[in-house]
Design a protein around this ligand. Structure first.
Ligand SMILES: [Zn+2]
Length: 244
C-alpha cells in the first residue's frame, strides 16, 4: 500500500512542533508526505523577540521559524499559511479561553470557508486535528472546522501542548470521551514514547520557534513531556491501520 498523505491542521505556527515534534520527525523519516496547514498565522505575539507587538514583523518571523522547522524534516513536508487573525487580534479585549458555543459555531464556519480551497486542491488520506484541551478558542475552532471537512477520512487528535500538561490523565480521558460522544468516533491512544532521538527531535523542533519560548521554558515543557511518556495522539482504528 502506498504511504498515506497526512494533513495536519495547526491553529498556530508553533503547535505542530510543541505537540507533534517527534511524531512528525518519525513520520517524515518513513517518509510520509506531510502537509501542515497553519490557520491563525497573523499574530503580534512573540514575547522573546524585539518584534513583539508588530503584526507584520511577527507574522513573517513566525512563518520563517515554522518553515525552517518543517524543512528540517525533509523534502516531503510542506506548509500552507492561511493568514487568519489569531484570537488576540481578532477579538481584542476577550481572553483566549473565553468563548461560547455560538462563537465557536460561527468562527468554525468562517474557517471552513478559508480551508476549503486548500484542502480541495490536495488529496489527504489521514487528518490530524487539535483536541482543544484547555479550551484555547483558536484550537477549539480548528478542531470543529477540521471535523466538518475531514468527513469520513481516518482522523487523529493531538493533545495540545502546553495546555494539556497540567491536566490529569482522567481529565484528558473525559475530554476524549466528550469528543467520542459528539462525533461517534471510537478513539484510542497512540503513544510516541520519548527515547533520546525523539526527545532530541522534539527539542530541535521547538527551538526553531525562538520568538515564542526561552530555552528554560522549552526545557520545562520537555521535562513534563518526558514525565508523561512523550507525545499522545488519539486515533481511530482506520488511522492506525494506514500508518506504516
Ligand atoms: Zn496554539
Amino acid at each position: 500500500m502506498p504511504l498515506p498523505r497526512v494533513l495536519v491542521l495547526a491553529p498556530h505556527h508553533d503547535d505542530t512542533a510543541l505537540s507533534l515534534g517527534s511524531t512528525l520527525w518519525t513520520w517524515a523519516g518513513a517518509p510520509i508526505p506531510i502537509h501542515v496547514v497553519n490557520c491563525f498565522t497573523r499574530s503580534a505575539w512573540a514575547p522573546c523577540s524585539e518584534t513583539h507587538g508588530s503584526v507584520e514583523a511577527v507574522s513573517s518571523l513566525r512563518c520563517r521559524e515554522d518553515e525552517a522547522f518543517l524543512s528540517s524534516l525533509g523534502g516531503h513536508t510542506r506548509a500552507t499559511n492561511l493568514g487568519c487573525l489569531d484570537a488576540p487580534l481578532r477579538r481584542p479585549g476577550t481572553g483566549v479561553f473565553d468563548h461560547d458555543e455560538e462563537t465557536i459555531r460561527s468562527e468554525a464556519r468562517a474557517l471552513v470557508e478559508a480551508l476549503q480551497p486548500v484542502v480541495a486542491d490536495h488529496r489527504h488520506d489521514l487528518w490530524v486535528l487539535p483536541m482543544g484541551l484547555g479550551g484555547h478558542v483558536d484550537h477549539v475552532i480548528t478542531r470543529e472546522a477540521g471535523l466538518q471537512l475531514a468527513a469520513d477520512s481516518p482522523i487523529a487528535f493531538f493533545e495540545d501542548i502546553p495546555y494539556a500538561l497540567p491536566r490529569a490523565p482522567e481529565e484528558i480521558c473525559r475530554s476524549v470521551g466528550e469528543i467520542m460522544r459528539a462525533t461517534g468516533l471510537e478513539l484510542n491512544l497512540l503513544e510516541t514514547p520519548f527515547d533520546d532521538d525523539r526527545l532530541s527531535a522534539w527539542y530541535t523542533a521547538v527551538r526553531f520557534h525562538e520568538s515564542q519560548f526561552t530555552n528554560h521554558e522549552v526545557l520545562c515543557i520537555a521535562r513534563a513531556l518526558l514525565d508523561r511518556g512523550g507525545e499522545h495522539l488519539w486515533t481511530t482504528r482506520a488511522f492506525r491501520e494506514r500508518l506504516p
